[in-house]
Every structure is written in structure tokens, then in C-alpha cells.
Design a protein around this ligand. Structure first.
Ligand SMILES: [Zn+2]
Length: 172
């Protein structure tokens, strides 16, 4: 790294630490020629996606959060870890094309689009958290859309419309 004072390219690192929760490394450097000390910030190459939350707070995108949310929605459903992993990876690369910032809403919509194809019950569960469904009418509307979209398949109504806010009790 070229010294900002004497322009020599002869420095050494005297301290280095992780910042931004491990997203970057801050290095303290010293010029061997003139002894000037300066700081560099190193981060992963390529675009880093930031998530803009409803509160306008920004945080680095973490795929693990999608995995955790989808996994919770798929609890006791016939969806394996591999499918959840693949879904989260697909969303990560889709969001990377949006540019540097994505909103929580964009993420929610992207998850819902893919979850609908994976498992309808998981889709409704995720939608109930994400969209903040409060009335049974919301569920019925959403379930109606689903039934329409997948008309040839047969559903037991209890599979399609879970109890709002609470997971369906599993018979044991
Ligand atoms: Zn120097």
C-alpha cells in the first residue's frame, strides 16, 4: 500500500482487527521509509448487498436469516434442508442483481415466490409472519388464491388454512 505521506510502497501491518461484525478488516500500517502510520479497510470483493429494514436501518445481507425463516415455516413439512439451502442461494443471487440495497419487502416477496412452489402450508405460514396477517379473512383470501393456482390438486382444508399466529397442533 502506497504511503499517503511519502508515496513509498514499503509498509508493514502493525495491527489488524475485524470490524462490521466480521464484514471488514481494519489494518493499521506503518511506512518503513518515513514511519507514517495509516489505516486501511479491507472487505470482500464484489457487491455487498445491504438490507434496508422498515425502520430504515441497514444491515449486511445474511443468507442464514432466510434459511432460519424458511426452516421455521417448513417445520413438520416434507421439505428437506437441501431444498431450503437451494432456495436461499437462489434468492441471494437474485437479490445481488438488484444492486447494493434491497428492502425486507423485496426479500419477503422473493421468499414467498419460491416457497409457494415448494410447500403450500409453509408458504401460508411464512406469509402470515411476513405480511402480518391478523384476520381469518386474510388467510381465506390467500388460501383461495392458492387453491385457484393449484386447482387440480386436492387439499384438506385444515392443511391449507392454519390457525392464525399459532402453529397447527400436530396430532400425536
Ligand atoms: Zn512514508
Amino acid at each position: 500500500m502506497r504511503c499517503p505521506r511519502c508515496a513509498a510502497c514499503d509498509d508493514h501491518v502493525i495491527d489488524s482487527r475485524e470490524v462490521d461484525r466480521g464484514e471488514s478488516i481494519r489494518r493499521r500500517r506503518e511506512c518503513r521509509r518515513c514511519g507514517y502510520r495509516y489505516t486501511t479497510l479491507e472487505r470482500l470483493g464484489g457487491a455487498v448487498t445491504f438490507v434496508v429494514k422498515r425502520s430504515a436501518e441497514r444491515e449486511p445481507f445474511r443468507r442464514e436469516k432466510i434459511v432460519a425463516g424458511v426452516r421455521a415455516a417448513c417445520k413438520n413439512r416434507p421439505v428437506d434442508e437441501e431444498a431450503i439451502e437451494a432456495l436461499s442461494l437462489a434468492i441471494e443471487s437474485e437479490l445481488a442483481q438488484h444492486g447494493r440495497d434491497v428492502t425486507t419487502e423485496q426479500i419477503g416477496v422473493a421468499v414467498l415466490d419460491r416457497l409457494r412452489e415448494l410447500d403450500e402450508v409453509a408458504y401460508i405460514r411464512f406469509a402470515s409472519v411476513y405480511k402480518g396477517f391478523e384476520s381469518l379473512g386474510d388467510f381465506e383470501r390467500e388460501a383461495g388464491l392458492l387453491t385457484k393456482a393449484t386447482a387440480p390438486k386436492q387439499h384438506r382444508p385444515s392443511d391449507v388454512v392454519p390457525t392464525p399466529r399459532a402453529a397447527q397442533p400436530t396430532p400425536s
